[in-house]
Design a protein. Structure first.
Lengths: 68, 399
């Protein structure tokens, strides 16, 4: 499987606060956990931006995606 | 609840590695390090009195599947909880509120209402509203039954609503009553029209597999926000159909590349459930691809727990080996006893081929409800994992 990685840096990055992992969206399933595994959710870029505005402390988050 | 510098409200809790921050618009949970929590002005935590800053066992689940009834009028032949009639011992609404109080105290972020058909409890929306008031985001999967424009508007209380649609038209009926397709289809339309974040759940079995591309076309046309693909698991009434409906070896191997292709073709977001992790790992993606975007294998008893309609807690809603813990005792049970210890720490006791698999700590042995049904032990590796199947064949092992 040809995974491609994309590094997203937020201009407000500073200090040592770091986002380790992001879980996107809500899971509506009544049985099991769901994970985005093929396409990244569209709102994810917005999510990163939101984190930046929320804290102005976001470091960088390495996101991998299967579909460019 | 904390008010951020820019005025945004966010929910959070501490963990050994730092903490988890919950955002609602757009929805995400961010796992952050200790300095991040400090820089947010959230102070220090006693959970940081350890040198272990890895993300492993959490202090509480982030998500609980919250069953409020076993009653369901649809009665699908493959129902994973054997739902149908209301069962004795179902918690009353006041007890369900108290259960939500417990989850709120534990700082659980999300619940998924479950059943049976939770729509058959008249208090559903009241409970969803109560969950919101406790900073818990309620989510929901429905068959589509009893949907109308008014109910669709009320569904805005949920963070996400998925409608079960395994295929389009005749293909819908491979597992579910055929008459339900029109009902589910109408529900999708009403929810999208009402502005409810709406997705589709597709149960993947031998029979539904061939209809997946058509389902992509359908989902794209309906403008839903994603499709969740769920593996057919041998629990409840599905046990009777498992040999007939479990995916073939070829389907298991082709599944993830097919999703990749169709996701790109239709520009549609995809989720798979935790039980598909062996089928993902079989294609040997780089480990780092799992590290920053949460992709879960079996997180039963850790990230995830289930609550039955009588208040009993399970490690996940497919596992019935409940350690007899009531939701009302869950907080103290997690602090004082080793409930769910074995399933939470499964990688430490894993046997081959999982033991030496590089994906062990992501996959965690595949789906343990499948392992339990096939092998008689939920602690054995998932025999349907392509790696495990190859290993078993190579060594002439009998499961």
């Amino acid at each position: 499987m040809n995974l491609k990685s994309k590094k997203i840096s937020v201009s407000t990055m500073k200090k040592t606060g770091k986002v380790l992992k992001i879980q996107c969206g809500y899971n509506a399933n009544s049985g099991s956990l769901a994970s985005f595994v093929v396409a990244l959710p569209v709102p994810l870029m917005v999510a990163i931006t939101a984190l930046g505005s929320l804290t102005a402390l976001v470091s960088s988050v390495l996101l991998s995606r299967l579909v460019e | 609840m904390k008010i951020g510098k820019e005025g945004e409200k966010f929910n959070y809790r501490f963990e050994n590695f730092g903490g988890i921050i919950a955002n609602n618009d757009p929805p995400f949970l961010a796992f952050v390090n200790r300095n991040y929590m400090r820089e947010l002005g959230l102070g220090e935590s006693g959970l940081w009195n350890t040198s272990d800053e890895s993300i492993g066992l959490l202090s509480a689940p982030t998500e609980v599947h919250f069953s409020i009834t076993e009653k369901c009028s649809v009665c699908c032949q493959h129902c994973y909880v054997d739902a149908g009639k209301q069962t004795p011992g179902e918690l009353d609404v006041e007890s369900l509120r108290r259960a939500l109080d417990v989850l709120s105290e534990m700082k659980v972020f999300h619940i998924a209402f479950a059943g049976g058909d939770a729509m058959e409890r008249p208090e559903l929306f009241e409970l969803a509203q109560y969950a919101r008031s406790k900073c818990i985001i309620p989510n929901f999967t429905i068959s589509g039954l009893n949907m109308n424009p008014g109910v669709a508007r009320k569904m805005r209380i949920f963070g996400q609503v998925n409608v079960s649609v395994d295929g389009v038209g005749e293909k819908y009926g491979a597992l579910r009553p055929r008459r339900m397709f029109k009902i589910a289809d109408k529900a999708v339309d009403l929810l999208v029209e009402a502005g409810v974040p709406t997705g589709i759940n597709c149960l993947v079995s031998r029979s539904t597999f061939e209809g997946i591309e058509e389902l992509f076309k359908y989902a794209k046309a309906k403008k839903v926000n994603h499709i969740s693909f769920l593996r057919f698991k041998p629990t409840g009434r599905a046990k009777r159909l498992y040999e007939k409906e479990k995916m073939t070896r070829r389907q298991k191997i082709d599944f993830v590349p097919m999703l990749k292709k169709l996701s790109a073709k239709y520009k549609l977001n995809i989720k798979t459930d935790c039980s598909f992790m062996p089928m993902i790992c079989y294609h040997r993606p780089p480990l780092e691809s799992f590290e920053t975007v949460a992709s879960y294998g079996c997180e039963a008893g850790n990230v995830l727990m289930g609550m039955k309609s009588d208040g009993q807690v399970t490690a996940c809603s497919f596992l019935n080996n409940a350690p007899n813990i009531s939701i009302f005792d869950l907080q103290s049970a997690l602090q004082n006893c080793n409930c769910f210890e074995k399933i939470r720490n499964w990688p430490k006791t894993a046997v081959e081929p999982c033991k030496s698999c590089k994906y062990l700590n992501i996959c965690k042995g595949g789906c343990h409800s499948v392992a339990e049904y096939i092998t008689g032990s939920l602690y054995k590796p998932d025999p349907e994992c392509p790696f495990v199947a190859e290993y078993t064949n190579k060594h002439n092992l009998i499961i």
